[in-house]
Design a protein around this ligand. Structure first.
Ligand SMILES: [Ca+2]
Ligand SMILES: [Ca+2]
Ligand SMILES: [Ca+2]
Ligand SMILES: [Ca+2]
Length: 378
């Protein structure tokens, strides 16, 4: 019913409008004025439509901007409130607590000069300011020896369980092995107390197996410190790493010694660079001259590894009696000679030697005792 009545109203209004329009069209008047009115009306309608579209476009835009603004401001406020506020409250609440805890410690009352808290016989003031030990622990390093005994009886380190660093604790050295707790190699045979026990040798005996080779030397030679060895039957060698480093680095004639001897090469032979003035300026000399001081005996060879393009290379030995050319065995760039006595050994370029001596043809086999002093360049 309601919808019908509505329609009738609409119909009525439509009819009413048509009537009004009809009356307007049929009204007697100026047709130009009518046209102008219609134009004005249409213009008004167009203007109203424009305004409505502009408002409907702008209004939501303003509404969006406003919403965004309120959202970002709200978000910023939340962030600021969330981060800044809790931090200072935490820091402020922690720092003052630490300060209040530290301050009284720093301002602690001075230590009673008569106080020995751990009762080890050393006053707290001395433990703290002199020995650096723990005033509340009578055995600071926990090695079974009291701080007092370490400092005043055994003279060991109260803060180190192994004072001499030989892998045996101070207490074990004193009461188990009988070795010196402040001497890493008690019997001075080249083998530390800890290593002696590790290899089954006697840390209180330099030559455990009695074969004449010290325990420390046996390890270097590769023999057993607990098994008797005939040293003459032990192959030995010294060279890079066991002789003077200056004879290895920047040397055109690097020496090495190996073979059999009734003595220990690396310990009983002295092999050094013979850096005499007379040799220093000798143009025929290849590399560095070597001074060897050694016990007698043995079957040893001295080998020079030579870095030279000289056509004829020879090895010499200089003694007080003269300078001898030695019978060298050549193997590639290595020249080896028998080594049975002390002396100065060196390698020379034979053609340069001839020039120095002013000789033609082959150089003499042996040179005068004064050689090489006469060979200085003029
Ligand atoms: Ca101790
Ligand atoms: Ca020790
Ligand atoms: Ca030893
Ligand atoms: Ca031995």
């Amino acid at each position: 019913m309601f919808s019908i009545a509505k329609r009738s109203d609409v119909l009525y209004n439509k009819r009413d409008m048509e009537k009004k329009l009809f009356s307007c069209r049929n009204r007697k008047g100026n047709p130009k004025k009518m046209a102008n009115r219609n134009r004005l009306l249409s213009l008004l309608v167009a203007a109203l439509m424009l305004l409505s579209t502009v408002f409907t476009g702008i209004a939501p835009a303003f509404a969006d901007d406003a919403e965004e603004l309120t959202e970002t401001v709200a978000a910023a406020d939340q962030e600021n409130d969330g981060e800044e506020e809790p931090e200072p409250t935490v820091k402020e609440s922690e720092e003052p607590v630490d300060e209040t805890e530290n301050e009284p410690a720093e301002e602690a009352e001075p230590i009673d000069p008569e106080l020995d808290t751990d009762g080890d016989g050393i006053l707290d003031v001395d433990e703290i300011s002199v020995f650096g030990t723990d005033p509340e622990n009578e055995d600071t390093d926990g090695d079974g020896l009291s701080d007092y005994n370490e400092l005043y009886v055994y003279y060991t380190a109260a803060g180190e369980q192994d004072s001499d660093g030989d892998a045996l604790s101070d207490a074990d050295e004193l009461f188990v092995y009988g070795t010196d707790p402040v001497k890493g190699d008690t019997d001075a045979d080249g083998l530390s107390d800890g290593d002696e026990l590790y290899f089954g040798a006697d840390p209180m005996n330099q030559d455990t197996d009695g074969d004449g080779i010290l325990d420390g030397d046996e390890l270097i030679l590769g023999t057993d410190p607990n098994v008797y060895d005939d040293l003459s039957g032990v192959f030995q060698s010294i060279g890079k790493g066991t002789i003077d480093g200056t004879l290895i680095a920047d040397n055109a004639a690097i020496p090495a010694i190996e073979g059999y001897a009734p003595f220990v090469l690396f310990r009983d032979m002295v092999v050094t660079h013979y850096d005499a003035e007379s040799f220093r300026h000798n143009a025929a000399l290849i590399g560095k001259a070597v001074r060897i001081t050694m016990p007698e005996g043995g079957d040893l060879r001295l080998t020079f590894t030579v870095d030279s393009s000289a056509k004829e290379i020879a090895v010499y030995r200089r003694t007080d009696a003269g300078t001898l050319r030695l019978d060298a065995e050549k193997n590639g760039n290595m020249y080896s000679v028998a080594l049975s006595e002390s002396g100065v050994y060196f390698v020379m370029d034979r053609s340069k030697l001839n020039t120095l001596l002013g000789l033609e043809g082959a150089a003499p086999q042996n040179l005068p005792a004064s050689f090489p002093c006469r060979c200085r360049p003029t």
